[in-house]
Design a binder for this molecule. Structure first.
Ligand code: ARG
Length: 235
């Protein structure tokens, strides 16, 4: 006589912060973007059903650590600090920080940020770079009168830029370009020369899931699909 197998959890839960186009953003109630397209492929390859949840960027790694999320995918830069907490996949996109400002502002590089009010998204690599430059004696903006304003929501920072409440926003290249293309009167310039690589994060030691994620990512990279996803979600 056959006994029924216990019902297996067939869902794959991704946590993200959907305020970062083209990687993740709301289209009505729905979260879409490059990372969602990638995650759908991962789920498909694993025969699982994808569930995508939106939270603050700085809560994504904690959610992975608490087993609320199977993985975090949020245009997240692989950094040494984060690698102490989670494991990352192979990198799937290269990026660099950009500075967005109004067209008429004379902000062309880090130098131009002296004495300015700078908006960043809390806990991002842009936040860390700018906060260090403003608050640490060895920072380029130290003692220049520059101020950092942190936002939970990166898109709110760009609204404040348009409203003149901050002079600049520091954010990753492609989201910067989306914000500039979606609003009149803004420009974006490269900030610094530190290139960043995006990875998907899982709980440390979750090798089985990490292997599946890596093989799907490698396939998508080989097929040129990630470039296609970026193209599809860019303005
Ligand atoms: N790449 C940057 C970082 O890792 C910013 C990522 C922000 N992502 C987001 N979905 N809001 O810190």
């Amino acid at each position: 006589q056959e006994t029924a197998a216990p019902a297996e959890d067939n869902t794959l839960v991704m946590y993200t912060n959907a305020e970062f186009p083209p990687f993740e953003y709301f289209e009505g109630e729905k979260i879409v973007g490059v990372d969602v397209d990638i995650a759908n492929e991962i789920a498909k390859d694993m025969g699982k059903e994808l569930v995508v949840k939106h939270i603050d960027f700085s809560s994504i790694i904690p959610a992975v650590l608490n087993d609320k999320a199977d993985f975090g995918a949020a245009g997240m830069t692989i950094t040494a600090e984060r690698q102490e907490q989670v494991d990352f996949s192979i990198s799937y996109v290269e990026s660099i920080q950009h500075i967005i400002s109004k067209n008429d502002a004379e902000i062309l590089d880090m130098e131009g940020l002296k004495g300015k009010k700078i908006g960043v998204q809390l806990g991002t690599t842009g936040d860390l770079a700018i906060s260090d430059a403003v608050n640490l004696p060895e920072g380029e903006l130290y003692n220049s009168g520059a101020e950092v304003k942190t936002y939970k929501n990166a898109l709110e920072a760009s609204q404040d830029l348009l409203a003149g409440r901050v002079d600049a926003v520091v954010i990753d290249k492609l989201p910067a370009e989306e914000i500039v293309n979606g609003n009149e009167g803004l420009k974006s310039v490269v900030f610094g020369d530190i290139s960043e690589a995006y990875g998907i994060c899982v709980k440390k030691g979750n090798e089985e899931l990490l292997n599946s994620i890596n093989s799907t990512l490698q396939r998508l990279l080989d097929e040129g699909k990630i470039a296609e996803f970026i193209e599809n979600h860019s303005k």
